[in-house]
Design a protein around this ligand. Structure first.
Ligand SMILES: Nc1nc2c([nH]c(=O)n2[C@H]2C[C@H](O)[C@@H](COP(=O)(O)OP(=O)(O)OP(=O)(O)O)O2)c(=O)[nH]1
Length: 147
């Protein structure tokens, strides 16, 4: 059996919005938008990999919440799995692998050109956000809880 490498994508949520990141490399993917994240390293859980990648790429601390059901193949040998994650602290900046970031509210998801394989997960995350089904991620990080 050939090993399949897991790529974790983070649907980072804050204040009822989803973070989208525009890839700066490689050339074939540059300019397309994705859920920031990366490959799970040996010995890591996907959640640990997600927290590490989001810290490295965006300078933020996050808490993984739920896995979005399903998996998608960016290319042979890779499988993309997506978790929602709550922004705990920091302000996302494109430090590595990205050159632009946007926070999107439900209904704005079509304003950026997502990688094809990210679209089903993005649609499900936006559906949950619109239906206020995402616990812990509807209020801005650091803001007092005020329903
Ligand atoms: N990070 C991320 N990668 C995605 C998404 N969708 C998607 O098809 N991919 C693809 C692009 C890449 O071929 C692969 C992930 O590679 P990566 O370059 O982000 O991984 P990494 O940070 O661990 O980088 P490296 O170790 O290969 O240098 O998965 C997504 O939403 N997020």
């Amino acid at each position: 059996m050939t090993d399949v490498r897991v790529v974790v994508g983070g649907a980072v949520l804050d204040g009822g919005r989803l973070l989208a990141a525009r890839r700066s490399a490689p050339a074939a993917l540059a300019g397309r938008w994705e859920l920031p994240g990366g490959k799970v390293e040996p010995g890591e859980t996907p959640e640990e990999a997600l927290v590490r990648e989001l810290r490295e790429e965006l300078g933020i601390e996050t808490e993984p919440l739920d896995r979005i059901p399903g998996e998608w193949a960016p290319r042979p040998g890779l499988v993309l799995r997506v978790w929602t994650a709550r922004l705990v602290s920091g302000e996302a900046r494109p430090l590595q692998d990205h050159d632009e970031l946007r926070w999107l509210a439900p209904g704005q998801e079509d304003e950026v050109d997502w990688l094809d394989q990210d679209r089903p997960a993005v649609a499900e995350v936006m559906r949950r956000l619109g239906a206020a089904e995402v616990s812990g991620a509807l209020y801005p990080s650091g803001a007092p809880y005020a329903p």
